[in-house]
Design a protein around this ligand. Structure first.
Ligand code: AQP
Length: 329
């Protein structure tokens, strides 16, 4: 099993955690797992080198803090394993231009940045993601709903390569949690909570101070009604808060609806602020603990990269052979 996350913000948000990272932690018990901080992906939309380096460490520290265990899983940084970029080139050569042009995430981001400013790297982002996954012959990929189309492309490329050059890749399946596949923006509950497109008040960050998270939750957009019921179509704001509450507390949405019968939105928001604080405070503290010892953190990542390189290089050698490259002496 493989999955990755971009170091494109100072903190992960609850959408990242509930849509993907929570499954990462759980799947360590049942799967041979590889987890990657995808820094190559993080330079597709403009970046500051010093900030990227810091965010890459913060990303790795947060993954350790939420419970990724480097003894049981392989945790590494994408740029430490050159085979990712090398396989992406080969896969790019079997990807149709029209096929890549249909990726909605590129279309959305390019529309926001302006087509002239959007990079070729942003365009080929999903091909690099396919390389990440296929290198490790991953059968399952835990992601949020927003990545479904990219996963579909990875499957198509695996099948195409296997057909044209002989069976090489495992065709991966997306693992998308039913209840929290899409956590939405607190200020615009019809859009996904997103590091790059949400306003700061639309996001709850794992590393936020509890008072700031509570304030953002208190100011979350809700509808004009009074009833606390789960109805994503008519009450997207309240439904999003109920999803988050249920996922973090372990209570079902139906139990929460019963508990808050006759209460106002303010009560739900206040209690959710506390639930979020209880959840994020130990994560924030543990993250800081890892950041206080960067040498140890870098050592964990070096060990992870070494393990990943062994697997990735074996796949890449096979791919190079299958496509007809002359072996290096
Ligand atoms: N709102 C969300 N709900 C559920 N899952 C989500 N994910 C992201 N947002 C939500 C999942 O988090 C994983 C890692 O995200 P990423 O940083 O690699 O990719 P992303 O989708 O690009 O995340 P953002 O916040 O939207 O970042 P930007 O704005 O920089 O693109 C993925 O599995 C994703 O599905």
């Amino acid at each position: 099993m493989f999955s990755g996350i971009q170091p494109t913000a100072d903190s992960f948000h609850l959408g990242n955690y509930l849509g993907a990272l929570r499954s990462w932690v759980r799947m360590q018990d049942t799967h041979d797992s590889l987890y990657c901080v995808v820094d190559l992906h993080a330079i597709t939309a403009g970046h500051e080198p010093k900030v990227l380096r810091q965010r890459t460490r913060v990303a790795a520290a947060q993954l350790l803090a939420i419970g990724i265990d480097p003894e049981r899983s392989t945790l590494f940084v994408q740029s430490h394993v050159p085979a990712h970029a090398e396989l992406a080139w080969v896969l790019g050569c079997i990807t149709g231009f029209g096929e890549a042009s249909r990726m909605t995430q590129f279309k959305d981001k390019a529309a926001r940045q302006g087509t002239d400013r959007a990079s070729v790297g942003l365009f080929t982002y999903p091909v690099l993601m396919a390389a990440d996954i296929l290198l490790y012959r991953a059968a399952e990929v835990p992601v949020g709903e927003d990545q479904r189309q990219h996963l579909e492309l990875s499957r198509d490329l695996a099948q195409r390569f296997n057909r044209d050059f002989g069976k090489t890749f495992v065709v991966p399946e997306a693992y998308i949690p039913a209840d929290t596949a899409k956590i939405t923006d607190l200020q615009d509950p019809t859009s996904k909570m997103s590091k790059s497109s949400s306003s700061p008040n639309g996001i709850v960050e794992l590393l936020d101070e509890p008072s700031r998270s509570a304030k953002r939750i208190r100011s979350a957009v809700t509808d004009t009604g009074r009833e606390i019921v789960y109805d994503p179509e008519h009450k997207p704001g309240i439904s999003n808060l109920l999803s988050i509450y249920s996922a973090l507390s372990g209570e079902t949405v139906a139990e929460l609806e019963r508990r808050y019968e006759g209460h106002g939105y303010g009560d739900l928001k206040k209690d959710l602020g506390q639930v979020v604080a209880d959840f994020t405070t130990p994560i924030r503290e543990r993250t800081q603990g890892y950041l206080d010892d960067p040498a140890e953190l870098d050592k964990i990542l070096a060990v992870g990269a070494e393990k990943a390189r062994v697997l990735a290089d074996a796949t890449l050698r096979q791919v190079y052979d299958r496509v007809g490259f002359l072996p290096a002496a």
